[in-house]
Design a protein around this ligand. Structure first.
Ligand code: SAH
Length: 268
């Protein structure tokens, strides 16, 4: 279970923090680290020193330019946030997140990403809107921002507690069975993002959405869809509906006679 939990750091600016994260992960038995567009040289003396022997994780970390690339194969993406944002999103506590992991990772194909933001500005709204849920570590409300590596430590500890509980369960086999057929498997981040691109295109095409005046339409539809945790088959049905809608819109464009050419009995 632990090897299918990915820690994703976005735009980190201090190499020491990356080393500290590697140490926290290795202490708790996590090994999958992804660095999205770091804003510093990664492997420095400070990084290696803070890693205290766990720098192999930094060397083997996957490097990507975007959050999408870092989590494309993940079936659950959770963003760690120090503050609440304008559009409330499903929230989990660190403990509830840990308790959810054995179920989330029951299928050996599933993967969970825990996403952490920049030291100075955290995660952007766009990044937070790509997550199924947000996790907030309860802190002193007047001083709520933890050091990046400390935040990773807290969540990695909850992952470990949850994993230990599965080891102690009398029938641990329940956590290892392949629970889903392919259709029933939860859709991956990549599949869901493909759906959102398609959805926005169709909503724009039929005049329901104006990208120039987006309000929060796409963010609200994202929150709704991500909350539902669609299975692959369900997502395919939704995409089928979008494709049929596009086809119909094209047919209407081509076949609806303009007012001037309508026959009299068609006008009422
Ligand atoms: N100054 C930033 C916080 C940056 S701390 C802000 O105001 O948003 C760097 C990262 O550590 C955050 O993006 C978040 O992923 C994580 N983090 C820090 N404190 C946290 C908390 N209390 N709960 C959850 N994540 C936290």
């Amino acid at each position: 279970m632990l090897e299918r939990i990915r820690i994703v750091l976005i735009g980190t600016s201090h190499p020491g923090n990356i080393g500290g994260v590697a140490r926290a992960m290795h202490n708790m038995g996590l090994a999958d680290l992804a660095l999205v567009a770091p804003r510093c040289e990664v492997v420095t003396a400070d990084c290696v020193s803070r890693a205290s022997g766990a720098d192999a994780l930094v060397h083997s970390a996957r490097r990507t330019d975007s959050l999408d690339d870092a989590v494309s194969d993940c079936t659950l993406v959770v963003g760690a946030s120090a503050r609440s944002r304008t559009l409330p999103w499903p929230m989990v506590t660190p403990r509830a997140l840990g308790e959810r992991l054995p179920r989330e990772l029951a299928d050996p194909e599933s993967r969970v990403a825990l996403v952490f933001g920049r030291e100075d500005s955290g995660l952007s709204n766009d990044e937070l809107h790509r997550c199924h849920a947000h996790v907030h570590i309860p802190t002193n409300p007047d001083f709520c921002s933890l050091n990046l590596a400390a935040a990773v430590q807290v969540l990695a500890y909850e992952c470990r507690l949850a994993w230990l509980a599965t080891q102690e369960a009398t029938d641990s086999s329940v956590y290892h069975q392949k629970a889903h057929s392919d259709d029933l498997a939860p859709a991956t981040h990549n599949e869901i993002e493909g759906y959102f691109v398609h959805l926005e295109r169709v909503l724009t095409r039929i005049g329901f959405h104006d990208p120039a005046v987006p309000r929060q339409l796409m963010a609200r539809l994202r929150r709704f869809t991500l909350r539902a945790r669609p299975e692959r088959l369900e997502l395919n049905i939704l995409r089928g509906i979008l494709t049929a809608t596009e086809r119909q819109a094209t047919a209407n464009d081509q076949h609806v006679p303009s007012k001037a050419t309508r026959l009299p009995d068609e006008t009422h």
